[in-house]
Each structure stands twice: as structure tokens, then as C-alpha cells.
Design a protein around this ligand. Sequence first.
Ligand code: UDP
Length: 460
Amino acid sequence: MATAAAGGRRRRVLFFPLPYQGHINPMFQLAGLLHARGFSITVFHVRFNAPDASAHPAYDFVSVPDDGMPADSPDTVQATMDHIVSVNRACEAPFRERLAALLERQRARAEDVACLVADSHLLTLLGVARGLGVPTLALRLGSAACFRCLTAFPMLCDKGYLPVQESSQLDAPVVELPPYRIGDLPASSAAAHGQLREVLSRVVTAVTTSSGLILDTFDALEADELAALRRDLAVPVFDVGPLHKLSPAASSSLLRQDRGCLDWLDGQPPASVLYVSFGSLASVSASDLVETAWGIANSGRPFLWVLRPGLVRGAPPSSISLPDGFDAATRGRGVVVSWAPQEEVLAHPAVGGFWTHCGWNSTLEGVCAGVPMLCRPFFADQMGNARYVDHVWRTGVTIDGELQRGKVEAAISTLMGAGEPGAGMRRRALELKNSAAASIGEAGSSSVNVDMLVSLIQSM
Ligand code: UDP
């Protein structure tokens, strides 16, 4: 097993996550993995969504001022782009100053800085590090398929797939990039298309100008997509996922996880519970909340539902009210929490289905748990992830179009009912779970890639 010691000097790896839950978790998991291999860890972070340093006593933390960043979590493509642009802009000068100071201190210690691992959205900060002589690796949080889509983005625009002109085009196939349809591509409003193209092209540049691309995926899940990336990119590609299974790092959850729901799950029959969660950023309309609630209630199945503060647009963040009669209709059959220990919930034997927004972490966590998925994507890479779940891996169903309680009830029944097609989805989900476990076993593809990544970092 490759470890950090190189010529007796300890090596330090620096991290800079993008400040969202779905980006912070895998970066901490990767940090945990490298720490276990003997590297010292420093995490740079902005004040917005700052990680809890006390949960990681072995790491150093450096806070970088983020003056001018919007204070709210983004829940749309536009807001996310504005956030990403402003993190890069706000942090450039203070990060340079803090990194230079850290490098100065390190010279006096028996320790070298090996490299910076930064989120692939932080092109400016990766450039700052290289300017100070620090090698860089880009952690891209999304599937290999999605990254291929970003590299193909200019071609997709030139060929007229994007920006989308008419909603009638959404089902048309993207022939150069199967199995995507136009509606599965990351897209924005036509007015913001130029900005989206720029933001995505910066991600690709962040990767191609770094010393390597790290992806939280595994070969058996995306063999063709990874092979295509290796063929097309001049930098090495390290698929080291599923990181949450390889590296059970201390919690990096920004919200308090309600662990009581695990006790409730203990009392439920095997594979009986539908777990419902839309991640940390997506928001729903008040009417979609009502349709979701009645779809779940009418399905007659036990459920665990995450109603995160701020989930419902226009509702006060701290109090989400469910429709009249919902409590009575579901009494004794369901639990609602504001944030769950999702990885443990999904791994619980009582959970038999996962209604997800298809954020990449949730998708991968669902894959590793071997549960079939009900997909309801919102934005960014979520539509493409849903496409892979229902069309490529065939481990779930997607609810398209307007959300209606009848559609929800039917989808839950397909997913969790005894007959086909649900039984086939569950069988394939179990096969994928086993290949995820094999990828991180001895000589598994991701284990081998972790070793290669460690060797590369040692050589930097
Ligand atoms: N998560 C959690 N508790 C919840 C819901 C989500 O811990 O109640 C975690 C989940 O395990 C995942 C992350 O939050 O690691 C969400 O990331 P994802 O990429 O799925 O979606 P995003 O929040 O970025 O849209």
C-alpha cells in the first residue's frame, strides 16, 4: 500500500472545497483517505458553510474571507453560477496571501507541501496555487459521464442542442453523447447561456491545467465514460469512488443529523421503507410539496422523509407545513426529519426505495446501498444522473413533467411492488452494490487508483 513518507519528510496535502454539502462531503472523505495514508491535511475554506473544525482535530484549517459572496445557498443554476464566480473572485487575493504564509511556515518545518486538491469549480484558486509553485489536482464532483458532457459543451452549442429553444426538443437524443437527451444536459435560461458556457469551460480548464482529475465514481459503473475520458484527456484520471465507502471520515454534515430515525427504521420490516430526500440545495413549490405528500400517503408504504429547512419556496425556512389530513392518513407509518444521516439510512435493511433528486452523491450512495431509486431531478447534472439510473443501470424510474400525486403513487408502486419491473430494478441495484464493493476491495479498480494517486502525490 502506498503511503506518504518520502525521504523521511512528512508531506502535507492542501484542500479547498466548494462550500456546498455535496462538495464538502467527498472532499473530506478524500482528505480522510490521504490522512490514513500518512499525509498531513490542511483545509482552506470560506466562511460561508464553514466546516466544523472540531470534528477533524487532526487537520489544520485556514479560513479565507469571502467578502461579497451572496449569503444564501443557491437553489437554481443562475444562483449557483453567481456563487461560483464570486467565490473565485472573493478568495483570489486572500487565498494567495494565506497560502504564501503557509508555504513560508512549512519551510521551517520538516514537512513539504505536496499539492493542492481543489474543487474543479475553483479555477482561479488552482491558478493561484500553481503561481506559488504548488502542484494541483482537480476534484470533480459529478459522474464521469457528466464531465464528458462538459468537455463536449462547446460542440453541443455549435450543433444547436443548446441553449434549448423549445420544450418540445427536450426528448430529442444527443446523438454524439448517448444516452443523453437534450433535456438531460446541464442547461440554463437562454439569457444565462453565455455565463453557463463560461463557468463550465472554466471547469474543463481547471482539470486540463492540473496534474490530474479525481472522480468519485468507479470503473464498473462508468467503464465506457472513464475510458473515453482517459482517451481524450492529457491528464491522468483517478476514479477513486465510492469515496464514502472507502473513507468513513468524521462527519462533515453542515446540518445536525437526526439519528432518531435510525431507531425507527430498526422497527420496520426489511426493504419496506421509502426514503425521500432532495439533498441540500433543491427547492420545491408549495404545490409540489402537496402532491409529494399525497403521493407518499396514498402509496400506503412506510416512509422516512427529509424536509430540510428552506426546502419549500416561499415558506418560512424553519416551519414547513404538510397538508391538512396528511398526519392522520399516515399516522404510525412514517417519520419526517429535517436532516438525516443519509448514508446510514440508505444502508439500513429496512429501506427498500429511495426517492432522490439525483445529486451525484445521493445517486452514488443509492447505488452503493443497492436500493432502487425514484428520480425527480431539479437542475445541473441531476437530469443526466437520473437518465443513467433509469436508462443505463435500469435501477429506478423517473417522474417527468408536472408532479401529480397519482404519478407519484404509481412510481412508488413500480419501484417497491412485488412484481416486475420493480423486481428487476432491485436485482440490478444489488448487482451494482456488489460491484461498488468489489471496486474498493483488494485489487479493485478504485483501490488500485487510490494507490496510483498516492504515488503521484508522493512524487509531486
Ligand atoms: N445528506 C444528508 N442528510 C440528508 C440529505 C442529504 O446527510 O438528510 C447528504 C447526502 O448523504 C449527500 C449530500 O447530503 O452526501 C447531498 O449531496 P448531493 O450531491 O446528493 O446533492 P446536493 O445537496 O449537492 O444537491
